[in-house]
Design a protein around this ligand. Sequence first.
Ligand code: GBH
Length: 442
Amino acid sequence: MATTHPFPRFPDGFLWGVSTSAHQIEGAAGLRERSVWDAFTEQPGRVKDGSTAAVACDHYHRYREDVALLAALGVNAYRFSVSWPRVLREGGLDFYDRLVDELCAAGIRPVPTLFHWDLPLARHEAGGWRERDTAERFAEYVSRVAGRLGDRVRQWITLNEPAEHTLLGHALGTHAPGERLMFDALPVAHHQLLAHGLAVRALRAAGAAEVGLTNSHGPTWPASPEAADTEAADFYDVLLNRMFAEPVLLGAYPEGIGELMPDGAADDLKIIAEPLDFYGVNYYAPTKVGAPQGAEIDFGGVRMPAELPFSVREIEGRPRTGFGWPVVPEGLTELLTGFRDRYGDRLPPVVVTENGCSYEGLDDQDRISYLDGHLRALHEAIRAGVDVRGYFVWSLMDNFEWAEGYARRFGLVHVDYATLERTPKASYAWYRDFLSAQRRPA
Ligand code: GBH
């Protein structure tokens, strides 16, 4: 049961926060250029409830109220994303300037992510992530943002989950921009990684103190010890985990992948492997993978085509979140100790930049047990010697959950989308009490 025994203490100076992203909360769509997500959500059938993020949580206009919620929660850091299409609009950067001021005044560290999937539509129409040019344009935009906010921002995150953006957005097409390129989506991965590396250089040139990126990771569990299953699981692990971690941490693609990348990719690896101050990990659940079964399967709401060389299986005997994802807290310990064992001192200090779950209701006891379990699992990883520096809950408030629309609620704070009223849930009070216990002198 959650909260029955007291929590171990986390290291001094630990970053404690919550995460959001621009497209999912800001709204004020008229005050930004159009992004791939604006275009995608307007196509019928793309989003389950037919909704768009034109208004979302209207955070653009209500950011003061939201910062007050952060302050009352007691976090010392807030991870949000900067919308590239908003920054392209005259005055767009002013919004982030106001937000950062408001956070600093509340004693909360702003931790901006510079890309969380909302590519400017015009950029996409000019070739988007399939073209190298997008990586260079990204670095220019990053320089502008750093020039404006750099005096108050200490930690910067370049990209959010390039793996999901490649797989869902460009290979399977269930996220914007909705392309179904299957394995031809690999250049999209490479150009995002290059964008990351160029952005690291741009941030350093602008005097940034700490730079990292955020990848989504989870342990891959083979469906059985049979070779057909372990080989399929290894392949999945390369595609979702190692292909995005290793160019950054080791300066090399996993075996067999480099050859599939665009010409000149090998020369880019030096840029991609620019040293980082921290490595951001988003953890939700492990994935069980076996040999292909020759049938389309539903994977956490995503339909995976039958022709893939692996198949994703159900993890049984576990509680499930509202989304249907299994709850496996010890997967976080396994993931982090596994990374430490595999990458050794090439792995910078880790920050868990997202962890959370979707459940309905204000009295969200299930979310409390999820967070309780994952925080204990995180502490286990620290005890096992992994250098972890921070933890961010996804998410501060209910928001636009991509292809699921507003149906999935990930927030510590409930949002009534008719009135935009914010109401803290039981989990908000629980996390607040947890944080205040962590602050108490030992
Ligand atoms: C993050 O993506 C995003 O950064 C964020 O914007 C989003 O709102 C949030 O998560 C919640 O979705 O194996 O069936 O258990 C994480 C995306 C999470 C997608 C784990 C695949 C596995 C589901 N991934 N998920 S399952």
